[in-house]
Design a protein around this ligand. Sequence first.
Ligand code: RAM
Length: 355
Amino acid sequence: MQNSNTRRRPRTAVLGLGATAVSLALALTACSGSSTPGSSSSGSAASKDFSIAFIPKQLNNPYTDVELSGGTSAAKAVGATSSIVGPNDASASSQVSYINTLTQKRVKVIAIAANDPNAVCSSLNQAKAAGAKIITFDSDANCRSIFINQVESKDVALVELKQLHEQLPDGGQIAILSATANATNQNTWIQFMKDELKSNADYKNLDLVTTVYGDDDDTKSFQAAQGLLKSYPNLKGIISPTTVGIAATARYLSKSQYKGKVALVGLGLPKQMRAYIKDGTVKGFALWDPSQIGEAAVYAGKALVAGTITGKEGDSFDAGDLGTLKVGAKGTVIVGPPIEFTADNIDKYHFDDNL
Ligand code: RAM
């Protein structure tokens, strides 16, 4: 699970600028009467040559806050103007109007975590035609120059199945509780899980009975977890490859008769999951430092604007603390391998401490 990119910063680094700073920026912009709802900006005194706007899947998501804290810090470091705009719900149609506004504003780089691989493309193509460079991060779309993917997508599937299998050596019924039905990142990871379940003999006793969607909404995800156990009383394990989903599912399990009996793995933020590891609801989960995605997006955008890369395989660019990053197959940049969290190491990780 290694990648060829060279890294300078240790993975356990604590963020200097966290979600609090992002929220503060949001509040300040709201006070100054921004015409765009759900937006923030920084670096106004910085270089006019390079402006980057981030459109996350949704704003009210702690994962997004950590990602964008990395983007905002990196933009400041390179003297770029940065802004954050986006919807409160993780839907593609809500993202389109933000793309169109950014196109009119002639932003140099649009970095988007797409809520659908195709539905955002018509407006992104218009932005491209108007001169913007398009980067996807976190969740890909079929119309960009570069996709900043934190980890190899298959590695996400492998680590989650490994962690689940360790807890369920004898197998049993399992389910997936995902984000939205069209999310490119979750759907890619789920497809790799399905392929692995079919092809890996170790997993022949794991029976995937259903996939449900909590739409990266805490309440919906909680109810989806509750519904799963109601519909499948013999369920032995849940994989939730979304930070919102795994936290809501852990909260449900921790107060239910299923605590410690139904295994839960997936992708979670350390601070959100720490209590559930300590009280025995969860034995292990995985993630990466989300701030590195935002950071990598800024440096990729800078290189695209400067014309030193185009996004083709083999391109490479300086990414500050992250070292030199390489563009791999299909214009994808992989920042690093996934990290597995357990009771033994959970206290070493603090990506989301400022949330
Ligand atoms: C949620 C979002 C995001 C995903 C993380 C792991 O916060 O769905 O896109 O990358 O989980």
